[in-house]
Design a binder for this molecule. Structure first.
Ligand code: NOJ
Length: 530
């Protein structure tokens, strides 16, 4: 595993909305370079940048037209190489976003593949064997191409699925995973990895990593085998490269060779039970931001006045954690470009306790840009295939000035509008306010960097669920997110030597230890060195 990963805290950047240096209303590479010192000041020493490759942007760049070319709107190849170099100078690392499951329908491979005449790319994508033949349980598009066949899509219509073969072919058009055409797809993806690692990136977040082998791969053994091959080679050639999967089942993805897997925001899962446990009918992808208002019941564990518990999270997380802790890690995210910002449902005080938990758990934490200031602009008209995700992708709010310091372009030229609210949060004001969420984030990242026990990814023990007490080596940590009661517990670990090294007291009453008992007033967090 890459040595730099041990101490990495990631900051996710949606490049189009981060910082615009050339006044065209769209964020760019030079904007990220200009803000590296800010990111470092937060305590984040690693970055995941969403796709920045040539693309028609029907899915915000997750529709890649050329894997080896940067999108002009973000700058030049020189600019991105400069970004890598400037990051490395600061001992920071950058993950790009690898999209291996599909390309844009405008990618040259697809333009060739859809031709009626056979050529080198004929089997680079999954095609059926007739213009009206469906995809045997897979989504397909018919009637669009000269070729007498329909193609399988991986996500939107514009994203034809690359062909990694199927585990057990049952249709005439199924190719085996070991067919030379499917092996060629794998090799093409290795080539993309090498290209960018040679340019200076430090690894990849991998989009829909679990989606490669289609049909009859319910336990993902086919997809795992493909990744073992790809990552086996790349890790051997680039031992300092890191790969983080969008998969959501660490027991599979870590076996596949990933260093880390995201705990994704699947509706009703353990992660959402902590921060987005809204009434059941609200589906995050379908309709959440429009329907979420003050009357919406929010039963999240970190909602101060809710009855939500941490049970679902602990059961689900620990089930996976115990299986992977010696080989890889599970990454907790404050949010991402697909999720509803948790600030829609949690106040800044509630977020302080939430982040305290996320930043002291095993695995490298990911902070989504703007979450450090609780940006919470609501949903709006869809942009580049964003739909209800669009509200989480608005320009970063740097200052209270023009376009909130994001860009000097006229407001109607901005990638998306900036939050028009009078009291919209911004970095400048948050930095100046000692009590801000941003300053709490800084304190928490600095705590994490300073404690070897917090960097050891395999030492987590859950001691109690109410209050939530967890142990990381010689550290005991506890949180009471509720505003109703003081929670306390007698703990054998609390001997005479135990001392408090960090705490958060939202209401001013400090949590503490006395006579072997830990006491957590309403809305408090404590870290004890034993
Ligand atoms: C997951 C990405 O995070 C999302 O933004 C994208 O739309 C789909 N994969 C398709 O690539």
């Amino acid at each position: 595993m890459a040595t730099w990963l041990k101490d990495a805290i990631f900051y996710e950047i949606y490049p189009q909305s981060f910082y615009d240096t050339n006044g065209d209303g769209i964020g760019d590479f030079n904007g990220i370079t200009a803000k590296l010192d800010y990111i470092k000041s937060l305590g984040c020493n690693a970055i995941w940048m969403n796709p920045c490759f040539d693309s028609p942007f029907s899915d915000a760049g997750y529709d890649v037209r050329d894997y080896k070319k940067v999108a002009e709107r973000y700058g030049t190849m020189e600019d991105i190489e400069n970004l890598f170099a400037e990051a490395h100078k600061r001992d920071m690392h950058i993950l790009l976003d690898l999209v291996p499951g599909h390309t844009s329908e405008e990618h040259a491979w697809f333009t060739e593949s859809k031709k009626a005449e056979a050529n080198e790319y004929t089997d680079r994508y999954m095609w059926t064997d007739g213009w009206l033949c469906g995809g045997a349980g897979l989504n397909y598009i018919a009637g669009e191409t000269p070729r007498n066949a329909a193609y399988i899509v991986n996500f939107f219509k514009c994203q034809p699925a690359l062909n990694y073969g199927v585990l057990n072919p049952t249709e005439r058009w199924h190719k085996s995973m070991y067919d030379p055409a499917c092996i060629a797809t794998r090799e093409a993806m290795k080539d993309v990895c090498r290209f960018w690692l040679d340019k200076g990136c430090d690894g990849f977040r991998v989009d829909m990593a679990d989606s490669l082998v289609k049909h009859d791969d319910a336990n993902k053994s086919g997809t795992v085998a493909v990744w073992q091959d790809i990552l086996g080679d790349i890790h051997a050639e680039y031992p300092e490269s890191a790969f983080v999967s969008e998969w959501g089942k660490a027991e599979q993805s870590i076996k596949a060779g990933f260093d880390m897997d995201f705990y994704l925001d699947w509706m009703g899962n353990g992660y959402n039970s902590l921060v987005r446990d809204y009434e059941a009918h609200l589906n995050a992808f379908a309709s959440l931001p429009e329907y979420l208002d003050d009357s919406t019941e929010n039963n999240s564990f970190f909602k101060a006045d809710s009855k939500g518990t941490c049970d679902h999270f602990i059961d689900e997380y620990m089930g996976r954690y115990e299986q992977i802790k010696d080989k890889g890690a599970i990454a907790l995210i404050t949010g991402n470009h697909d999720t509803t910002r948790i600030s829609y449902g949690l106040s800044e005080d509630e977020l302080k306790l939430t982040y305290a938990f996320f930043l002291t758990m095993p695995g490298n934490p990911f902070i989504y840009y703007g979450d450090e200031i609780a940006m919470n602009f609501r949903s709006m008209a869809s942009k580049e295939g964003g739909f209800t995700r669009t509200g989480s992708r608005t320009p970063m709010q740097w200052t209270s000035g023009t376009n909130m310091g994001f860009s000097s372009a006229p407001a109607d030229k901005l990638y998306l509008p900036v939050d028009p609210a009078e009291d919209a949060a911004n970095v400048e004001a948050s930095e100046a306010d000692q009590n801000s969420l941003l300053n709490t984030v800084k304190a928490l990242t600095s705590l994490r960097h300073s404690q070897a026990d917090l960097l050891d990814k395999s030492n987590l023990e859950i001691i109690s669920r109410k209050p939530l007490v967890y142990k990381r080596g010689n550290l005991l940590l506890a949180v009471n997110p509720k505003n109703t009661d003081t929670q306390s517990r007698k703990l054998a670990e609390l001997t005479g030597d135990a001392k408090v090294i960090y705490s958060i007291a939202i209401n001013g009453t400090q949590p503490g230890i006395a006579d072997g008992v830990i006491t957590l007033p309403a809305q408090s967090f404590i870290v004890i060195s034993c």
